[in-house]
Write a protein that binds this ligand. Structure first.
Ligand SMILES: NC(=O)c1ccc[n+]([C@@H]2O[C@H](COP(=O)([O-])OP(=O)(O)OC[C@H]3O[C@@H](n4cnc5c(N)ncnc54)[C@H](OP(=O)(O)O)[C@@H]3O)[C@@H](O)[C@H]2O)c1
Length: 352
């Protein structure tokens, strides 16, 4: 089998870390992984990690090292900005720094996959056209994905590599210190409420409780990213990436409460950043009581993200028909996914 070398930018994140672990889980697939991020991630697999701040062009020049054998780039890095405008500038700049420094060092590049998301369609800005399709216009004002894509096309001119992009919704899987993670938010929130002897109130608002939404299992996303990067049918295309079903929190919420063996509460609008601010010691006592892995409450779950995701009162809907027509046919039931991921968190000893 031909050797494939993945260069994952953002290898410590929810999407990048799980991708690295998936690529290396089966040696017969023949992947090697070089990973970039500022801090060394704790992974279940050994990768060639290179610490580099991709915002700093001089670190890109000195820190990337030998990339000559890289065949596939997976861009999964993300930097939060204080405002959307700042976030756009930072992430666009980081991508240009990376591409300018990496591409000249690679001899046999086959593919560049740039991970995007449904913010492409402005799903975070207010009601948008649902279900969103890949050929829908970008949300206004656009997110940095638009600039990153334009730069990918510019770099591709005259080159013989292909590009692809996937656009997930809330990516469901484990990460520690991630900036966006629905599943660790749900797991830590339910664990705290159970310990307090409270029902599982929905912390968002009534409209969000009743609106349609959807999720993207991280394994499905990673498999789609690899498929899009290696199947010639998918070259130079963008694909929405989701489980294939939709749900409403008002229906999912009692099911999640049952997964934690606790009663579901009604809507009780709560700012989780404020509610969780003093719950660190309680989290530590839960860890000691149940012999869990040592984690910090403020790092295991991004409460700032929780305060946005439970306040999107409009419908979220996505069409995954295009990927299906091009050959990626996997679907996942979101209820079963939630149960499986909470079971994985329990097996990892991050929740009781
Ligand atoms: N997670 C989701 O639910 C979700 C949903 C839809 C779309 N997406 C999209 O998927 C992409 C990845 O998201 P994610 O949630 O996986 O991100 P994440 O968990 O926040 O991870 C981001 C990664 O980028 C690295 N990074 C940040 N700044 C860096 C810098 N200056 N230099 C080098 N590395 C840097 C981080 O490591 P260090 O901090 O150690 O540098 C980390 O490894 C983003 O485009 C995001 O919008 C995510």
């Amino acid at each position: 089998m031909k050797k494939k070398v993945a260069l994952i930018a953002g290898v410590g994140g929810t999407c990048g870390a799980n991708l690295a672990e998936m690529l290396l889980a089966d040696a017969s697939e023949g992947w090697q992984v070089i990973g970039l991020s500022r801090t060394r991630p704790e992974l279940k697999v050994d990768i060639d990690h290179r610490p580099v701040d991709l915002l700093d062009p001089s670190q890109c020049e000195t820190g990337l090292g030998d990339l000559s054998a890289v065949t596939h780039i997976f861009w999964t890095a993300l930097l939060n900005g204080k405002t959307r405008e700042e976030e756009n500038q930072l992430n666009a700049r980081m991508f240009v720094n990376f591409m300018d420094a990496a591409l000249p060092r690679i001899d046999a590049l086959e593919h560049v996959h740039v991970l995007e998301g449904v913010k492409q369609y402005g799903y975070d800005l207010g009601p948008y056209k649902t279900p969103c399709r890949e050929d829908d216009p970008a949300g206004q004002p656009p997110y940095f994905y638009v600039d990153q894509h334009a730069y990918t096309l510019k770099c591709q001119q005259g080159a013989d590599w292909g590009w692809s992009t996937t656009r997930p919704g809330a990516v469901c899987g484990y990460s520690y210190g991630g900036r966006i993670n629905l599943m660790t938010v749900l797991a830590a929130y339910a664990t705290i409420m159970k310990e307090l002897g409270e029902p599982l109130y929905f912390p968002g608002d009534e409209a969000t409780f009743n609106a349609l939404t959807f999720a993207t299992d991280v394994g499905l996303l990673n498999r789609m990213m690899v498929w899009a990067s290696t199947d010639p049918r998918a070259a130079n295309q963008a694909f929405n990436a989701a489980n294939g079903d939709h749900f409403r929190w008002c229906h999912m919420w009692p099911a999640i409460a049952a997964m934690f063996d606790m009663p579901a509460g009604p809507v009780r609008t709560t700012r989780l950043t404020e509610f969780m601010a003093d719950k660190g010691p309680l989290w530590q006592s839960i860890i000691e009581k149940h012999g869990l892995e040592k984690t910090e409450l403020q790092k295991i779950a991004p409460w700032g993200y929780a305060d946005t995701v439970f306040r999107r009162y409009w419908d979220n809907g996505i069409s995954t028909v295009k990927a299906n027509q091009f050959g990626f046919t996997e679907m996942i039931d979101s209820y079963q996914m939630m149960q499986r991921i909470f079971d994985e968190f329990r097996a990892q000893r991050v929740i009781p």
